[in-house]
Design a protein around this ligand. Structure first.
Ligand code: HEC
Length: 193
């Protein structure tokens, strides 16, 4: 199959001249049409552990750290975009298809503008910084994809462990179901009274 190969530098140039992207209006329809088939809470499809229609879960993949799929404001460092843009990637998405350059442009703009689910007025940061108090020690956590997350333990919260990201102090709920058995144990031990 011959796929068009969009060039990244060109893409980013076009982005500079674009207006604000709205998640509901511009991004959700692209994901719904091309991704929900395999990445949807509603359809009970969580390929690779990713769902894009349940925003609380999707949000966990958006953060400014090395393991997040989407780094707000940094499209070139967002793995999510790389697998869509690069047709030769091992895990190219969608697996048997290629998004149009228009759709890729919109997704790139959305990430460039901060990857927010809010109606974007360009001013709202995604994560509020946590107040400075007794900071939890930083530990290593491993998720089911084998990626390591360096973060402090804050508390257990239902199905999630709340982790404190050292880079920006954000407290992020991370699903226990996405962690390795060792890290689940570490969370439970850290949360034990
Ligand atoms: C036909 C099913 C299918 C569709 C449609 C699909 N995906 Fe996937 N996706 C998968 C599977 C399966 C994996 C896990 C791949 C693996 O781990 O080898 C995956 C993994 C991923 C990953 C992680 C890749 C990595 O390197 O770990 C991302 C990001 C992703 N998908 C995004 C998307 C996006 C965005 C769309 C829509 C534009 C999409 N996917 C459409 C099946 C699909």
């Amino acid at each position: 199959m011959i796929l068009p190969r969009p060039t990244l530098p060109l893409l980013f140039l076009t982005v500079l001249t674009a207006g604000a992207v709205d998640f509901k209006k511009d991004i959700e329809p692209i994901l719904e049409k091309n991704c929900y088939e395999c990445h949807s809470e509603k359809n009970k499809k969580r390929k690779g552990g990713f769902v894009f229609d349940e925003l609380e879960t999707f949000k966990l993949d958006i953060a400014d750290n090395d393991v997040a799929q989407i780094r707000p404001g940094k499209p070139a460092e967002s793995h999510f975009l790389e697998v869509i843009v690069n047709p030769d990637h091992d895990r190219h998405m969608p697996p048997d298809d290629q998004l149009s350059s228009g759709d890729i442009k919109k997704l790139t703009e959305w990430i460039t503008e901060g990857a927010s689910f809010e109606k974007n007025d360009g001013t709202k940061p995604m994560v509020a910084a946590a107040p400075k108090k007794d900071l939890p020690p930083i530990m290593s956590w491993t998720n089911l994809e084998g990626k390591t997350i360096r973060a402090g333990f804050v508390r257990l919260d239902g199905e999630n462990v709340v982790l404190r990201m050292p880079a920006n102090g954000a407290e992020v709920p991370y699903p226990l179901a996405k962690l390795s058995p060792e890290s689940v144990k570490q969370a439970q031990e850290s949360g034990a009274p």
